[in-house]
Design a protein around this ligand. Sequence first.
Ligand SMILES: [Zn+2]
Length: 284
Amino acid sequence: MRSVERQAAIRECVVPVDGSSTAPSLIQVLQPMPDFISYHNPDTMGYRVPDEPGFSVLTNRRPSRVLGSRVWLISGSARPRKYHLHFWFVADTVNELQDNDYQYCIKGSTGQRFAPPLSLTDFPWFRKLQRSKGNFSFGFSPVKDASIIRHLERFVDSPAGLTSGPIQTTRRRATVTDRILRDTAASARVKALHRYRCQICGATIRLPDGSLYAEGHHIQPLGSPHDGPDIETNILCVCPNHHVELDYGCRRIDISALRRVRSHRVESLFVDYHNTRVMSQTGV
Ligand SMILES: [Zn+2]
């Protein structure tokens, strides 16, 4: 990693904790998880991107640090080449394959499939990605440019994605019907950005079908009497325990101690609202 990128990565992953905090750790270091691009060329692979439930990609490169990372599958076909984004997912298993053209299969159960696939060909940032990847000759490789990832993240839970069919499996909907169904698009996006890790304690929950589960908390609550906005800067990704503590005003929010990721900023005005209005209203 070049030193400029390294500095940027360090800045992003060191979360200073408020000096007044009694927490034993004064500096919390979060490992930044790289995003990966997997490139699918139907001409050389001999088949189109499979349209099946679940997510998987094949590679011959031994994947390092891929578990828990997000993988974006892009295909290129026809001449001149047309490029499409088919899906993204969080990698949760890597299998070594035998008797196969490819050595490794990376799979995940949490992600989002775009049907039809989203056209990327004409985006200037995509052409930059294409150049940086040598026209995707590596097949599967990490993306180090944070601005490219921000562009890709705009598709996460976008209307284009939401109309594309089920994001989660129907089994997952059945398991946690109540909470999933009242999720807003903004909170779904915040949870995906945090890869379903609680911003307070870092915990995540794995459901029986293998997908990850977290909840979106509106810091200044939606609806009367609080009338908070349904926007990402007013949402935290949290575990169910911390969600209840926040809903009932049992816990102050220490903005400097929150776990952070790229592309998700928390607005301090909403945190102030929680720490004063929400907490006083519930009498804690
Ligand atoms: Zn938590």
